[in-house]
Design a protein around this ligand. Structure first.
Ligand code: 0A1
Ligand code: ZN
Length: 872
């Protein structure tokens, strides 16, 4: 078992580092790193540095080479027992970037050098206190062969460059902002650059550079435009300006995560940079804008103000996700992004929160920090900050963030410091609110409603509870903001006056639940209203509000909160699906629910609605979300119920779906604005329903759309519909797509993912064939995710095949990746951790695979933690 690290053990580092000078003599399999740093003691203790997989070539203290007796080195640390109160340290290490398949530290991707230091990759470059509260000023010199590596980049500003007489050249970069080592970055390679500029509101001009391989130059316009939008938005929304003279983004094709916010030199997974209408879908465009924004926003929420320790990860991530969500909402101007965020949270974060790896937004312990870049820390963390904003209101919240940024600029702080700033600007006591950071699990709220006709009063009684999670048997009540409105029979919102208040205060209120049970009585209520609660999904909870089908249908057409309007439809769909599952379980005959079908038709025909919202409304709840409502998850039944509904809705509304598909055909120039995307989304949703029915005529429409190849959104929609419905044309379609796109790695990833997510018999065999094909590459995380990850996390019916073959397949890959890339191995493993949710036979099969992985020789810390906690 790996060691556990506890938040309660935090102690400040006993030294301060004034600055560090790094020299890299870059060679693929033997790079020499010289680190010269100036130190000052702050408190007593030995000098202990982190370091892994390093060959120590020299160690000098104040210019004197240390003897072996002066220090000790083990696999993880270098300790010097005696050091003066102020000294200079010089360390030379040799590393092997070409052999680095874990993609942490310095590695080679596509022939170029790049780094990934968050969370603890810097220790694979040199010996250093690899913790975020040790901040210093970096000057970095890169030396490399000029012909192979013409571009040499690091953080900050370029201060020197030149040629040497041995065919090598050098560049020196200086970053004036003290930073933790996880924000260090370098890139050396053969890259082309597109350049633009941005003038900040105080009038400074910032050079913007995007580095890609030369053949990708035509796919950079959207990323550059997104960056400029993000810079302008952060000035406007949060008063944050950029601080260096240059902002660089480099796209690399081998990357463990989405992107990284290194100071002044972001490194991106190429999938979040490169886009052209031919190669990227609308969803890709939106994701690129969001990730570019996210990394840019980190410059303040993460870099200028950073984390004291990794337990505080959500301090930067939760807040920055909220910021990128707000940015995306502002760019699209619709409720669609909010709906998509909530879908993600409910389908996956709720699962995490209910499983063996559940942890609070601010965990109290970990074994491997890489395992904590989770949906809980990111997405639930964003919900927590969003709730603060809901409680304080936008103006006070902005005052709070201003105070936080000014008070802590240049510091490494905690989530408590963030909440304290909110308390200080508002005068509110948020001590109970902090439980959101401390307690894991998804709270559940039940609602009892009572209308008293004689009194004209309406009482809502809310009760909260939260299931136990690992290490937390009993939970204290959460401070929950519940946005609420009431509607009269005509669909008009009531003015809300609570008993004891002199006058009504608006048509929407934030009810603050802080106890296990609380009642709210509204007065002057003339007839029994329909409640709309948790509007905009104002808290990450499960709300059990038992509205009848008629009330849900009413809210679907009358609620003035777009999110809740959508939500009412989802509730109805969920209910219909759960009933179908019951029918299937009792061997009954399923039938299409007439009311639901009528509501579907009304929404499809509603000319007043934004097409994107219609598409959202007509998208049935995800299988993973439906699973949340079953005591024992039956992936087969869930899938059959959902398919039944899709197919029968298709039959029932064939004409309307076809009309809509035809009506929304867009022959004009391709645009990527929200309106055009919404149209494509609805149009392709219709196509999906139609193809599901499986007749020749609609299949030929899909083939036509595929062949026309107007843009990747339409192509992918047609191809997915054909492949996932098992259409006879699917092989031909896949072959044509492969022939056209096999040279484009990001597009080929899509081709892999479509096949891996086909909910059909034979998919696993096909996935295995694909894994054996020359296009598959275990060392490329995007490719592994697109095949193995898609199959096991996005194809529940095939992954959970009753014979356990899906589980064994995943485990085989986890075993191989454990040695190559532990981070990816451990992430892929997630679906197996959910074994307790399934029937006894599946539980046994899943556990067997976990146990098999658990006894691997040389089990990585990443995988060991996940397996150990899942089997506990
Ligand atoms: N801080 C980045 C995410 C990130 C985290 C870890 C990584 O490597 C282990 C890479 C990137 C972000 O939030 O965008
Ligand atoms: Zn982030």
């Amino acid at each position: 078992m790996p060691d556990t690290i506890y938040l309660k053990d935090y102690t400040p580092y006993p030294f301060q580092i004034e600055n560090i000078d790094l020299h890299f003599e870059l060679e693929e399999s033997r790079t020499r790193v010289t680190a010269r740093s100036r130190w000052q003691r702050r408190s007593a203790g030995p000098l202990r540095l982190d370091g892994q997989e390093l060959q120590l070539a020299a160690l000098r203290l104040d210019g004197r080479q240390l003897a072996a007796a002066d220090y000790t080195v083990d696999a993880d640390t270098l300790t010097i027992a005696q050091v003066p109160d102020a000294f200079t340290l010089e360390i030379e290490t040799i590393i092997n970037p070409a052999g680095n398949t874990a993609l942490e530290g310095l590695y080679v991707s596509g022939g170029n050098f790049c780094t990934q230091c968050e969370a603890e990759g810097f220790r694979k470059i040199t010996y250093f206190p690899d913790r975020p509260d040790v901040m210093t000023v970096y000057t970095t010199t890169l030396i490399a062969e000029q012909s192979k590596f013409p571009v040499l980049l690091s953080n900050g500003n370029l201060v020197a460059e030149g040629e040497r007489d041995d065919g090598r050249h050098y560049a020196t970069w200086h970053d004036p902002f003290p930073k933790p080592c996880y924000l260090f970055a370098l890139v050396a390679g053969d890259l082309d650059c597109v350049e633009d500029s941005f003038t900040t509101r105080s009038g400074r001009t910032v050079a913007l550079r995007l580095y890609v391989r030369s053949h990708d130059l035509d796919k950079t316009a959207h990323a550059m435009a997104s960056l400029k939008h993000a810079m302008a938005w952060d000035e406007e929304a949060y008063g944050r300006e950029y601080d260096l003279d240059i902002y660089m983004i480099v796209a690399v094709s081998d990357f463990n995560m989405g992107a990284m916010e290194n100071k002044g030199l972001n490194i991106f997974n190429s999938r979040y940079v490169l886009a052209s209408p031919d190669t990227a879908t609308d969803a890709d465009y939106v994701a690129i804008e969001g990730v570019i924004g996210h990394e840019y926003f980190h410059n303040w929420s993460g870099n200028r103000v950073t984390c004291r320790d990794w337990f505080q990860l959500s301090l930067k991530e939760g807040f920055t996700v909220l910021r990128d969500q707000q940015f995306t909402a502002a760019m699209t101007g619709s409720a669609v992004p909010r709906i998509d965020d909530v879908r993600l949270l409910r389908a996956h974060q709720f699962q995490e929160d209910a499983g063996p790896l559940a942890h609070p937004v601010r965990p109290a312990s970990y074994q491997e920090i890489n395992n904590f870049y989770t949906l809980t820390v990111y997405e639930k963390g964003a919900e927590v900050v969003r709730m603060l904003r809901t409680l304080l209101g936008p103006e006070l919240f902005r005052k709070g963030t201003d105070l936080y940024f000014s008070r802590h600029d240049g510091q490494a702080v905690t989530t408590d410091d963030f909440v304290q700033a909110m308390m200080d600007v508002s005068g509110r006591d948020l001590s109970l609110f902090k439980r959101w950071y401390e307690q894991a699990g998804t709270p559940r709220i039940t609602v009892e409603r009572r209308y008293d006709a004689a009194q004209g009063s309406y009482t809502l009684t809310l009760r909260q509870s939260c299931p136990p999670s690992p290490g937390q048997e009993r939970k204290l009540p959460f401070h929950i903001p519940l946005r609420a409105a009431l509607f009269d029979g005509k669909g008009a919102p009531l003015s809300l006056r609570l008993a004891g208040e002199a006058a009504p205060a608006g048509t929407e209120r934030v009810l603050e639940l802080t106890e296990e049970e609380q009642s709210y009585t509204f007065v002057d209520v003339k007839a029994e209203p329909v409640p709309s609660l948790l509007r905009g999904f104002s808290a990450p909870v499960k709300l059990a509000l038992e509205l009848d089908d008629g009330e849900l249908a009413f809210l679907m057409s009358h609620d003035n909160d777009s999110f809740n309007r959508w939500e009412a439809g989802q509730q109805l769909a969920l209910r219909v699906m759960l009933r179908l599952i019951d029918v299937l379980h009792s061997d009954g005959r399923p039938a299409l629910d007439g009311n639901f079908s009528a509501a579907f038709a009304r929404t499809l025909a509603d000319g007043t609605l934004d097409p994107a919202l219609i598409a959202e409304a007509l998208t049935l709840p995800a299988e993973e979300y439906v699973a949340e409502f079953l005591a024992v998850v039956d992936p087969q039944a869930i899938h059959v119920a959902r398919q039944y509904l899709r197919r029968n809705l298709g039959f029932a509304h064939r004409e309307a779906l076809l009309d809509t598909w035809q009506r929304l055909t867009d022959d004009g120039p391709y645009r990527i604005d929200a309106a055009a995307m919404g149209q494509r989304r609805l149009r392709n949703l219709c196509l999906g329903y139609l193809v599901e029915m499986g007749n020749d005529e609609v299949r030929s429409l899909a083939m036509g759309q595929l062949r026309a190849g107007a843009n990747m959104t339409d192509v992918m929609a047609a191809l997915t519909a054909l492949v996932h419905s098992g259409a006879p044309e699917r092989s031909e379609a896949l072959a044509a797509f492969h022939a056209r796109w096999h040279d484009d790695a990001l597009v080929l990833d899509k081709w892999f993912a479509i096949q891996a997510t086909a909910p059909l018999p034979g998919t696993l065999e096909q996935v295995k064939r694909l894994a054996a094909s020359p296009d598959f590459n275990l060392k490329n995380p995007n490719r592994v995710r697109s095949l193995v990850g898609s199959f096991s996390a996005r194809n529940p019916v095939c992954f959970h095949a009753a014979d356990g073959a899906g589980y064994a397949f995943l485990a085989d890959y986890v075993c191989e990746l454990n040695a190559l890339n532990p981070q990816i191995a451990s992430r892929l493993l997630t679906p197996l951790t959910q074994w307790r949710r399934y029937d006894a036979a599946r539980q046994t099969l899943m556990r067997e695979q976990l146990e098999r992985i658990g006894v691997l020789p040389a089990l990585s810390r990443d995988v060991a933690e996940v397996v150990g906690k899942s089997l506990k």
